[in-house]
Design a protein. Structure first.
Length: 206
């Protein structure tokens, strides 16, 4: 789990401490009153001083050109950008400009060097219901199945757990093999989903 540190917002050289907490994001500001209420005349999204062409992040900005700047909008912008899970910190800089205030939103991205994962792991339940092998049993199917099996596997194809129980008549080797093949297919789909979800953070997927 990545901790979410306090987020800083700077305005005309004044540092604002923005603390992200569950259900709230209180903002403590000093000396920002002179800029509050001014119309935003320029808004830029940067990362490390370079333009950040990211439509997802742009859509999360509550601060908009033509609208007055408020602490609520600064706070909501920071919270929304941090909620993507892609950034360690967000810096908002505001400075007086002709006719209003110029704002820069500068998120600090999470950078992963190398692949921190040794492997992936996923688990599924399979079973035989009315003579048919089924994947991912729901409650009713699990309660009335003939055979129940839990399978945990790694992305490399190794088994972490393989536990099968005959709820009535013993199951055959052929039925067991069919359940394992079915479980492997379901776990393969889960591993693929894990890799897709991590693709924006990891330099390479296994």
């Amino acid at each position: 789990m990545i901790s979410r540190p306090g987020v800083r917002a700077c305005a005309a050289g004044v540092v604002l401490a923005v603390l992200l907490a569950a259900g709230a994001a209180p903002v403590r500001a000093q000396g920002l009153d002179a800029l509050l209420g001014r119309t935003v005349t320029d808004l830029r999204l940067l990362s490390g001083g370079q333009p950040l062409p990211d439509r997802q992040v742009e859509g999360l900005l509550e601060i908009r050109v033509g609208q007055p700047i408020t602490m609520a909008l600064v706070r909501e912008t920071i919270v929304h950008v941090m909620s993507t899970g892609r950034f360690l910190d967000v810096r908002v800089e505001a400075s007086p400009s002709e006719g209003g205030v110029a704002v820069v939103v500068d998120p600090l991205p999470i950078v992963v060097t190398g692949d921190p994962l040794r492997d992936h792991v996923a688990a599924v339940s399979v079973g035989i219901v009315d003579g048919e092998p089924l994947l991912d049993l729901d409650y009713a199917e699990d309660s009335g199945c003939d055979t129940d099996m839990n399978v945990v596997m790694t992305g490399a194809g190794g088994f972490v757990e393989l536990q099968g129980t005959a709820e009535g008549a013993p199951f055959t080797r052929a039925e067991m093999d069919a359940l394992v093949v079915l479980a492997e297919r379901g776990i393969g789909e889960l591993i693929a989903a894990q890799k897709a979800a991590l693709s924006s953070l990891l330099p390479a997927s296994r």
